[in-house]
Design a protein around this ligand. Sequence first.
Ligand code: ASP
Length: 452
Amino acid sequence: MLKVSKFGGSSLASAEQVRRVCDIITADSARRLIVVSAPGKRHSQDIKVTDLLIAAASARLMGKIGASECAEAIERYRSIASELGLPAEAIEPVARDFMERLEYSTTNADLYMDTMKAGGEDNCARLIAQVLQARGVEAHYVNPKEAGLLLSDEPGNAQVLPEAYNRLRDLRERPGITIFPGFFGYSEAGNVVTFSRGGSDITGAILAGAVRADVYENFTDVDSVFAANPSIVAAPAPIAELTYREMRELSYAGFSVFHDEALEPVYRAEVPVHIRNTNNPNAAGTLIVPHRTTNEIPVVGIAAMKGVCCVYLSKYLINRQIGFGRRLLEVLEGENISFEHVPSGIDNMSVLIREENLPEAKEKRIVEKIRQTLAPEDVSVERGLSLIMVVGEGMRHTVGIASRATGALAREKVNIEIINQGSNEVSMMFGIKSPDMETAVQALYREFFECS
Ligand code: ASP
């Protein structure tokens, strides 16, 4: 039995948390491949180590020194090490490493930023290995370059390269417990590159897929995935089991408990994912599996994401124009904009885009280009939208879900701007104005989880 276990930033935020993590690791001999994040927040006002490192790097990139932010990050490691009784020298390599990173060349700003960010996870992995060794456990830090975690050269947003899987497979054979830093790997040119934020989940998933783990345990700070965001719905129902597709839809639209890009590697290898709570390891957690054993509930969760905009265009007889959609999407491609959904009617098309991907300047350019190349009768951009996703594999076999959902929204006078349902019927999407977002989620939650 081999388990890959990943511990998130809140699980490593303090000495007490690190002690808990080490107890969990040593409680099960199958936990042989451990992935760690950088220390996160100890309380709501605290700053994550990664954010301190970003602040230090940004300061240096602006011609300042960045030393105070870097010192604050080092202090986090020092206090964990000293509270856990490690000798004072244990922290020297960590301090040296951070200071060296801070002094790296800033000629390539992206490379510099990723090198700084990666230091959080890298030093945390070294520290955890030391804490375990001090307990008499055979634990070894491994560097992602040595292990073969090859990533695309996309700083801050890298993706795994297929050849990494074969190389990483050898991790299975390592003696003792391997402590692997999350969040970063190396490009083919040998440079540090990081995933997007929260990317240690992705590292864990890649390793679990590569070594064909029996399970990928993802330890975080909640007992399970919940059916709705607890800050919108009071005490939402816990979800015991989800399919990969359901989790992907939920995390895509705002469920932050598991990174939405982390499902692909485990999905391919069919490794189940177990979301668990470091602070309550006896809780059942949520299991993410290829096929759900209980299918009687049609809807498993309701997710919502703000910050969406819609590029809308209409033209009479669009349905007769070959290549219209392609040319529209080419305009976006030309500006390097990715899109989320493309709902369409007979004489109109809408493209939903995350607002962060469509700054005002780009908006002006694409509207102009659309006018020139497609000559629509109307083209406009609406900002301030939210997408609500009603998710569940069971919807496929249940009649009337759309009617219940739209009825629930209508009763709360939420105007639906867009509706979209993929033919796989794992989710139904509603586009609404953002000020209605909370009311909409609460209404849908009541409909599917409180009325039977
Ligand atoms: N430390 C990184 C972040 O804060 C990655 C992670 O925690 O997964 O985004």
